[in-house]
Design a protein around this ligand. Structure first.
Ligand code: HEM
Length: 452
């Protein structure tokens, strides 16, 4: 059925003669170009990326709700997700239809709230290991983005696969930056060199994928024959049987899921933590108030699960960090049939980005959108509409690891604040780079001081 509203308008966007300048902007800095485009032509910006296909950037809560929830049946994951398929294949993030539903149901118990509670001890123990390393490191500058990547990877590995892969974080981090930058270049480049052509860039990408694959197939091999012994995500994949055919999951499908969970399970949380520590160093008043809350609530060195639940101001700080720097800054879909968003006609086959970043920075939705003010989320204030703040997406494809991530982020931040005060190194430039996730391009160099 054609859903096109005949009264719907063509969304505004750069005119034909401006396109070369915009393509150069995209090539130079994709994230900045997206943000400028979304802002200049809000609420729905149109940009033709090929003669047949346009990109639409939507920056209103209503648009996000329409695409992700109310009319989600008319949307599938956009072709942009195909660019990450060489890495994550048909894992939970990228698959569709029956396969997606079966896998989503399969993993649900691992991410159930009651089960998440039992993860606090491992999260605490791994955070303690990080803080001990920091103690030994002393006051010399440190890239805390690297530390956050290591601790979150370690936690995801231990809890999901019973293997500490934190020590691999250096090369995994480099591989992801390389792969995600390549994805950005491919999305916005009118002339793409196929991956099969052995250019230096393609060879680097292939090598990074092979190294990740080696890690993942190693995990599967190690577990073979003893999957019953452990009750984690990896065993769950290895033991699962199709309800109708009784068939086990293929090694390729398990590979895709492990790749998905290694990446989705740490990179976003790591970025959130880095941005939060950066923002706190720039806002000493907020930091002081947070230190008071943490000192009041946390009796030992690391918050317990019960104490984490009492850290309300910390939750506000996290919500405000999510607003300013949503790690999953763009969520993309493709309409199956023509649609109308905020009164604008969206042809079938387009790419629609309902970017949390665009909505979270929209001045029609938020007062002083660029300011850092955790009190926006104070209990006595009205909650913003559901899709004014949606760092975990929404609708059926909403993040499966949201509760896991929140517990982890509160626990790690609470523990850091209890023991250390972190200050940004003078002169260090902070520049957000948005590829698949939004991260600090040059890391975050900080100096640590022991508080107590
Ligand atoms: C700060 C942390 C996180 C953020 C901001 C985040 C954000 C998101 C968003 C926005 C989506 C939806 C993408 C879309 O609709 O296209 C998503 C999906 C997903 N996330 Fe997260 N995520 C986080 C942490 C995690 C963690 C800790 C895990 C696992 C341990 C995880 C696993 C996944 C998976 C598997 C999906 C695909 C779900 C599906 O399509 O059914 N995420 N995430």
């Amino acid at each position: 059925m054609l859903q096109r509203d005949t009264a719907a308008h063509r969304a505004p966007g750069p005119d034909f003669l401006e396109l070369p300048t915009w393509f150069l902007r995209f090539k130079d800095n994709t994230f900045n170009a997206f943000v400028t485009l979304a802002r200049e032509y809000s609420p729905v910006a149109r940009f033709p990326i090929s003669p047949k296909r346009s990109l639409f950037l939507c920056s209103t809560p209503e648009g996000a709700q329409h695409v992700l929830q109310d009319n989600h049946k008319n949307y599938r994951k956009a072709v942009t997700y195909n660019f990450i398929k060489p890495v994550v294949g048909e894992g939970l993030l990228t698959s569709h239809g029956d396969l997606w539903l079966r896998q989503r149901r399969l993993v649900a118990p691992i991410f159930h709230r009651r089960r998440i509670q039992s993860y606090a001890a491992t999260m605490a123990e791994t955070t303690e290991e990080l803080l001990e390393r920091w103690e030994r490191h002393g006051e010399a500058p440190l890239d805390i983005a690297e530390s956050m990547s290591q601790v979150t990877l370690s936690i995801a590995g231990k809890l999901l696969f019973n293997r500490d892969i934190g020590l691999e974080s250096d090369w995994i981090g480099d591989a992801l930056v390389l792969l995600f930058r390549d994805v950005n270049q491919r999305i916005m480049s009118p002339l793409r060199v196929p991956r099969s052509v052995p250019t230096p860039q393609n060879r680097r990408v292939q090598k990074a994928i092979e190294r990740l694959e080696k890690l993942v197939y190693g995990l599967i091999e190690e577990r073979r024959g003893r999957a019953e012994e452990l009750d984690d995500l990896l065993s769950m994949f290895m033991l699962a049987e199709d309800e109708e055919t009784g068939e086990k999951m293929s090694d390729e499908q398990i590979r895709d899921e492990l790749m998905t969970f290694i990446i989705a399970g740490h990179d976003t949380t790591s970025n959130l933590l880095s941005w939060a520590l950066y923002l706190l160093s720039k806002h000493p008043g907020v930091r002081r108030r947070l230190e008071e809350e943490v000192d009041d609530v946390v009796s030992g060195q690391i918050p317990t699960f019960e104490e984490v639940r009492k850290l309300d101001y910390l939750e506000q700080v996290i919500d405000e960090t999510f607003r300013l720097f949503p790690p999953a800054w763009t969520v993309e879909r493709e309409p199956i049939e023509d649609d109308v968003i905020c009164g604008y006609h969206i042809p079938a086959g387009s790419i629609v980005s309902v970017g949390p970043y665009f909505v979270h920075h929209n001045a029609d939705v938020w007062d002083n959108p660029e300011g850092f003010d955790p009190d926006r989320f104070a209990p006595d204030k009205d909650r913003p509409p559901r899709y004014a703040h949606f760092p975990f997406g929404g609708g059926p494809r909403m993040c499966v690891g949201a509760d896991f991530a929140i517990l982890e982020a509160k626990l790690i931040l609470g523990a850091i604040i209890r023991r250390f005060r972190l200050d940004l190194l003078t002169g260090h430039i902070i520049e957000p780079e948005g590829t698949v996730t939004l991260y600090p391009k040059h890391g975050i160099q900080m100096r640590l001081r022991r508080r107590s």
